[in-house]
Design a protein around this ligand. Structure first.
Ligand SMILES: Nc1nc2c(ncn2[C@@H]2O[C@@H]3COP(=O)(O)O[C@H]4[C@@H](O)[C@H](n5cnc6c(=O)[nH]c(N)nc65)O[C@@H]4COP(=O)(O)O[C@H]3[C@H]2O)c(=O)[nH]1
Length: 955
C-alpha cells in the first residue's frame, strides 16, 4: 500500500489519467481516475486482488508477457487491451507499462488511457478487433489442430510404412531411390542407407530380372504392373517376389513406387502341396485299387485310373463330377451318402459295394472311406479306396465249386503230401477202392498195389511225375476186398512257388467194365455190322500199311471196287431184309474167293472193296476179277426167291496208278463206273482217260449249278395224241440245257448227275415254275393243254412238293388240275407207302399222276393197285421193237391189259412209225407220243404245230 505522503501518490492523486501500480500480479495502488474507470467506490475494493481479474481473458497472456519482459526490455510500448470494470463491463484501454520499484521490490506502473469515450469508432474497431482476434484465435486453434493432426498423420504414415510387411521403395524418375522401409531392407538384404544410395537404372539385378523394363514402361506410360518371379536382389538375396510397380507425380515430377511382397514361403508351401498332390496322384495312378475323392457334399472330385477302368470311357477331372450318371447307379448313391456322413463325423468306415463295369459285369469292392483333414484339421474332403474283390469272390466261388466237385465227382480223388502220404480222399475213392477216408489217411497209395505192374512201371511213372509233373495211364490196383481192378489214372504234381513238390493229386476211374465193352466196340468200330467184314476205316488202315510194305519190298498191290448191278431195284422191290440177306451172301462169296492175306471190306450199301497184296502180274488180277464176277453171278437163294445178281468191278494198282490209299480207292471207283457204263457184270482196270472223264463230269456238275441263274435251261414240249380221235390230249414238258460251249444238252446227259445230289430239286422247281408260266400263256391264247411234268424221286422226298406246285400254279393264275406229274416206276416203288399220301393230295387237287417208263422196273402189283395213279406210260424200248419182237409186243399187251383192269389210261412213248401206231391202236392203247407226231418243241412253236396238226387231221 502506498502511504499518502508518497510523492508518487501525491502526484498520482492529481492525475486525470488512470494510474495503477501492481506488484506480483496484485493491485497495490490505483489513483482515483483508475478507481473510477474500474467502477470501484474505494481503493480497498481492489487493493490486494489479482490485477488479471480485471483484464479480458483473451488479453491476459499478452499482458503477462509484456510484464515479464519489462525487467529485460524496460518500458513496454503502448498496447490496446480490454479491461473489465467491477460490474464486468468491457473497458477498451490503451496501456503503457513502466518498470517500478515498490518497497524495494519490482513493481509495474500502468498508464491507462480510457478509449471508450474517445470515439465510438474506437468501439467499432475494438469490436472488429475483437472479432478478428476471435477468428485469429479460432484459426490459430484450428491450425494448431491441423498441425497436431498432420503430425499424427505423418507419424501414422511412418509407422505404417515401417510396420508394412511389404517392401516399399520410391524412386525418382531419374532412378534415384528416395524412400525405403524396413521391410525393403529385410527383403533386399541392403541397409536403408545402401538402398537410398541406389539408382535402379544402374542395377544389374533389375536388368536381369526384367524389373528395369517394367519400371521403364510404368514410368513412361504412367500405369502399373505386377510381376511374380524368383528374384535375386543386388544384395544377393533370392526370393519368390510379387512386385507391384506403379507411378505417381509430386510437384510435376514422376515417381516410381515399388511394393514387393515375399511369396517365398507361399510358393514353397504351394510347391510342397503340388509335390504332395503329385505324390498322391502317382500313388493312386499306380494303385491297383480304386481311389475316389469326394467333397463334403459327396460330389466326386477325382477318380484314379483303376476306377476309370470301370467307366465306358476315360473322363477328365472336370467330367468326374458326372461319374455318378456315367456309372449308372451301382453303389454310388450309397457312397455319396457315406461321404457326406464321414465329412460330418470325421470317422472312417468300411463297407462292401458293387459297381457295374463297362462290359455290364458287376464288380464287388471292399471300400474304405476316410476323411481327409484340411488345414484346420477338419474333414475337407473324403477319400474312398476300394479293392476289387470280384476275382477273389470268383476264386472263392470256384474253390467252393471245386470242393463240391471233389465231393460229388464220380472220379476217385486221392491227394498225398510231398512224401506220398495220403492226406485227402473223396467219397468216390471210397466207392471204388473200398477204403474209407479214415483208413486211407496217413497211408501210402501203395496200399492199393496189385502186383500186376512190375517195378519198372512205377519207376517210369515217378520219372514222368518228376520231370513233366504229370503222369497218365492205365493201372491195375486192388480193392480192399482183394479184387483187382483197372483204373484210368491221372496224377498231377503240385509245386510251391519255388518249384518244390508239395502235393500229388491222383484222379482215377474204374475202367474194368469199360475195357470189356471197348474191345467189343472196337470190333464194331472197324467192322461192318451186317456182313462182319472190315469197314472202310479198317481197310484204309490196312491199305496204308500194305502200301508202305509194298513200297519197301517193291511189290504190287491192287484195290478192287465192287458194286452190285441194279441192287437198288431189288432192295426197293423186295424189301430191306431181302437186300441185307443178299449182301451178306455176296460178302461171304467174295471173302471165300480170296486168300487169307487179302482183305475184303464193305464200304457202302452194295459196295465192296478188295485189297490184294503181293500180286505178280495184272493178269493174275484179271483172273481173280473174273472169278469174283462168276462167283457173284451164281444164283442166290433168298427166302421165297432165287435171284441172279451181277456186279461191276474196277481195279487200280500200286505202283502204276497211285501210291496214296484214298487216291487208289477213287481210281478203282472210277474203273468200276466204266464197267457199269459198259453194261455191268464186267470189270475194268483204271486208265488215265477215266480220270479225265471224271474231271469232265465234275466240270459239268459245276456248270449245271450255274445253269439256272444263267438262264441256260429251257423246256420243250412233246404233244400226246389220242389214238382214236387223233387229237392232242396234252404235252409232256422235257428239259433242255443250252450249255454255253457244249450246245444243247439232252436230259439224259445231266439229269442223272443232278439226281446224285440235291441239284435236281432246284432244277425240278424251275421246271414246275416254267411249265406253269407256259401253261398260263397257252391258256391266255385259248389253248387248254394239260402239261405233264417229270418229277424225280428226290423231289418226292423234299416234303413240300405239293405246296410248291400249288404256290407256283397260283402265282401264274392256273388251276393245278392243268398239270400232270410223271414219276418213273422205280421212283414210285422206292417208297410206295411213303408217297401215297402225297399222291392223294395231288389227286384231290385234280393233278393226274402218270407212271413213266412202265415195264422197266419191278412194280409190285399190290402197290400199283393201291396207289392213286391215273396213267401208265409204256417205255419207249418196248415200242421200239414191238413190230419185230413178239416178246415186246406181248409186254405191251400185258401192260394194256393191266391198265384196263386197273382202269388206268395207257400212253405209249417213242412211237416213230405208222405201223407202231397201228399196232398200239389195234391193241387198245389210248394215247401215243413220239417222233411220228412231233419231236419235243419249244413252247412258242407248239401253237403253230397244233394248227398244222388240226389242219392235217381235219383235211
Ligand atoms: N428215240 C425216240 N425218242 C423219243 C421219241 N419220242 C420221245 N422221245 C424221247 O423220249 C423221252 C421221253 O421222256 P421220258 O420217258 O419222260 O424220259 C425223260 C425223263 O425221264 C427225263 N426228263 C426229261 N425232262 C425232265 C425233267 O424236267 N425232270 C426230270 N426229273 N426228268 C426229266 O429225261 C428223259 C429223257 O428225256 P429226253 O431226252 O427229252 O427224251 C424224251 C423224248 O425226247 C421217239 O419217237 N423216238
Amino acid at each position: 500500500m502506498l502511504s499518502t505522503d508518497n510523492p508518487f501518490r501525491r502526484q498520482a492523486e492529481r492525475s486525470l489519467e488512470p494510474l495503477v501500480l501492481t506488484q506480483r500480479g496484485e493491485f497495490v495502488y490505483l489513483n482515483p481516475a483508475a478507481l473510477e474507470l474500474l467502477g470501484a467506490a474505494c481503493a480497498e475494493q481492489l487493493i490486494g486482488t489479482p490485477m488479471l481479474d480485471r483484464v479480458h481473458h483473451a488479453d491476459q497472456a499478452r499482458l503477462q508477457s509484456r510484464v515479464s519482459r519489462l525487467t529485460a526490455e524496460g518500458e513496454s510500448a503502448p498496447s490496446f487491451d480490454r479491461w473489465l470494470d467491477l460490474t464486468g463491463n468491457l473497458l477498451p484501454v490503451e496501456t503503457r507499462i513502466i518498470p517500478w520499484t515498490h518497497e524495494g521490490a519490482h513493481a509495474e506502473l500502468f498508464y491507462v488511457r480510457n478509449l471508450r469515450d474517445r470515439c465510438a469508432q474506437g468501439c467499432e474497431i475494438f469490436k472488429l478487433n475483437e472479432e478478428l482476434e476471435r477468428r485469429v484465435t479460432s484459426r490459430t486453434r484450428a491450425l494448431a489442430d491441423t498441425e497436431v493432426k498432420l503430425k499424427y498423420s505423418l507419424k501414422l504414415n511412418e509407422s505404417i510404412l515401417e510396420a508394412s510387411a511389404s517392401a516399399i521403395l520410391v524412386y525418382q524418375h531419374t532412378g534415384q531411390c528416395i524412400l525405403a522401409n524396413t521391410a525393403a531392407e529385410r527383403m533386399t538384404g541392403g541397409s536403408r542407407k545402401q538402398l537410398l544410395a541406389q539408382n535402379f537404372t544402374q542395377l544389374e539385378s533389375w536388368f536381369r530380372s526384367g524389373l528395369l523394363d517394367a519400371a521403364t514402361r510404368v514410368l513412361s506410360a504412367h500405369t502399373s504392373e505386377t510381376l511374380e518371379r524368383q528374384y535375386t536382389t543386388s544384395f544377393n538375396v533370392t526370393l519368390w517376389a510379387e512386385i507391384h510397380l506403379s507411378s505417381f507425380d509430386i510437384d510435376g515430377q514422376r515417381h516410381l513406387l515399388l511394393m514387393m511382397q515375399d511369396n517365398t514361403d507361399k510358393r514353397l508351401a504351394e510347391e510342397k502341396l503340388a509335390r504332395r498332390e503329385q505324390a498322391f496322384r502317382t500313388l493312386t495312378h499306380n494303385l491297383p485299387d480304386t481311389v475316389l475323392r469326394m467333397d463334403r457334399q459327396g460330389e466326386l472330385l477325382y477318380a484314379n485310373p483303376a476306377m476309370q477302368r470301370l467307366l465306358p470311357q476315360p473322363v477328365s477331372d472336370q467330367q468326374v463330377r458326372n461319374l455318378e450318371q456315367t456309372m449308372n447307379g451301382g453303389s454310388f448313391a450309397l457312397l455319396k451318402e457315406q461321404a457326406r456322413r464321414i465329412a460330418k463325423t470325421a470317422k472312417a468306415t468300411e463297407m462292401d459295394m458293387v459297381f457295374a463295369a463297362p462290359d455290364g459285369h458287376r464288380r464287388h469292392f471292399a471300400m474304405r472311406i476316410v476323411p481327409e483333414p484340411d488345414a484346420d484339421g477338419l474333414p475337407g474332403s473324403v477319400l474312398a479306396v476300394g479293392r476289387d474283390l470280384t476275382e477273389l469272390k470268383r476264386a472263392e466261388e470256384e474253390l467252393r465249386l471245386a470242393a463240391s466237385v471233389f465231393h460229388a465227382s464220380a472220379e476217385g480223388v486221392m491227394i498225398t503230401d510231398a512224401s506220398g502220404r495220403i492226406i485227402s480222399t473223396n467219397p468216390a475213392f471210397t466207392e471204388i477202392t473200398g477204403y474209407g477216408a479214415a483208413e486211407a489217411l496217413g497211408r501210402k497209395p501203395s496200399m492199393l498195389k496189385s502186383e500186376h505192374q512190375k517195378a519198372d512201371f512205377y519207376r517210369e511213372m515217378w520219372d514222368a511225375l518228376l520231370t513233366e509233373g504229370q503222369w497218365q495211364g492205365e493201372l491195375w490196383n486192388r480193392r480192399k476186398g482183394g479184387q483187382a481192378f483197372l483204373e484210368w489214372l491221372t496224377i498231377n504234381r503240385i509245386d510251391d512257388s519255388l518249384g518244390n513238390p508239395v502235393r500229388y493229386v491222383a484222379v482215377f476211374h474204374d475202367i474194368t467194365e469199360l475195357r470189356r465193352k471197348d474191345e467189343h466196340i472196337e470190333h464194331l468200330a472197324f467192322h461192318d455190322a451186317l456182313t462182319g467184314l472190315p469197314n472202310r476205316e479198317l481197310l484204309l488202315e490196312r491199305l496204308g500199311h500194305a502200301l508202305a510194305q509194298s513200297h519197301r519190298e517193291n511189290k504190287r498191290l491192287s484195290v478192287t471196287f465192287i458194286d452190285l448191278d441194279r441192287f437198288k431195284g431189288i432192295n426197293d422191290a423186295l424189301g430191306h431184309d431181302m437186300g441185307d440177306n443178299l449182301l451178306q451172301q455176296v460178302g461171304d462169296r467174295i471173302r471165300r474167293c480170296l486168300r487169307t492175306t487179302d482183305t475184303v471190306a464193305r464200304v457202302g450199301g452194295d459196295e465192296f472193296l478188295v485189297l490184294m497184296e503181293n500180286l505178280t502180274s495184272a493178269r493174275d488180277c484179271a483172273t481173280k476179277a473174273q472169278q469174283l464176277l462168276d462167283e457173284i453171278a451164281r444164283p442166290i437163294a433168298l427166302p421165297g426167291y432165287r435171284l441172279e445178281i451181277t456186279a461191276s468191278m474196277g481195279m487200280a494198282f500200286f505202283p502204276e496208278d497211285s501210291n496214296q490209299p484214298l487216291e487208289l480207292m477213287k481210281r478203282a471207283d472210277m474203273a468200276m463206273y466204266a464197267a457199269k457204263e459198259a453194261g455191268g457184270n464186267t470189270y475194268r482196270f483204271f486208265r488215265q482217260e477215266m480220270l479225265e472223264r471224271t474231271t469232265r463230269r465234275l466240270t459239268l456238275e459245276m456248270d449245271l449249278r450255274r445253269a439256272i441263274s444263267n438262264n441256260e435251261l429251257e423246256l420243250h414240249y412233246q404233244p400226246k395224241i389220242d389214238l382214236a380221235s387223233n387229237t392232242v390230249t396234252g404235252v409232256e414238258a422235257l428239259l433242255r440245257w443250252r450249255h454255253p460251249t457244249r450246245g444243247m444238252q439232252a436230259p439224259g446227259e445231266f439229269i442223272p448227275l443232278a439226281e446224285e445230289n440235291a441239284l435236281i430239286c432246284d432244277i425240278g422247281a424251275w421246271v414246275i415254275g416254267e411249265a406253269c408260266r407256259q401253261t398260263a400263256i397257252w391258256r391266255a391264247q385259248g389253248l387248254d393243254l394239260k402239261v405233264a411234268i417229270n418229277i424225280s424221286a428226290r423231289q418226292l422226298e423234299t416234303g413240300d412238293l405239293y405246296q410248291q406246285l400249288c404256290a407256283l400254279a397260283h402265282q401264274r393264275g392256273i388251276p393245278p388240275s392243268s398239270l400232270e406229274l410223271e414219276l418213273t416206276e422205280s421212283a414210285l416203288m422206292k417208297n410206295p407207302e411213303g408217297v401215297t399220301g402225297l399222291l392223294n393230295q395231288f389227286r384231290q387237287a385234280g393233278v393226274r399222276i402218270a407212271v413213266d417208263d412202265f415195264g422197266t422196273g419191278y412194280s409190285s402189283l399190290a402197290y400199283l393197285r393201291r396207289l392213286p395213279i391215273d396213267i401208265l406210260k409204256i417205255d419207249r424200248s418196248f415200242v421200239l421193237d414191238a413190230i419185230a419182237d413178239e416178246d415186246d409186243a406181248q409186254i405191251i399187251k400185258t401192260i394194256l391189259a393191266l391198265g384196263q383192269s386197273l382202269k388206268l389210261a395207257v400212253v405209249a412213248e417213242g412211237v416213230e412209225s405208222e405201223s407202231q401206231a397201228a399196232l398200239l391202236k389195234a391193241s387198245g392203247c389210248d394215247q401215243a407220243q413220239g417222233y411220228l407226231y412231233a419231236k419235243p418243241l419249244p413252247g412258242d412253236d407248239i401253237e403253230a404245230w397244233l394248227t398244222q396238226h388240226t389242219h392235217s387231221v381235219t383235211s
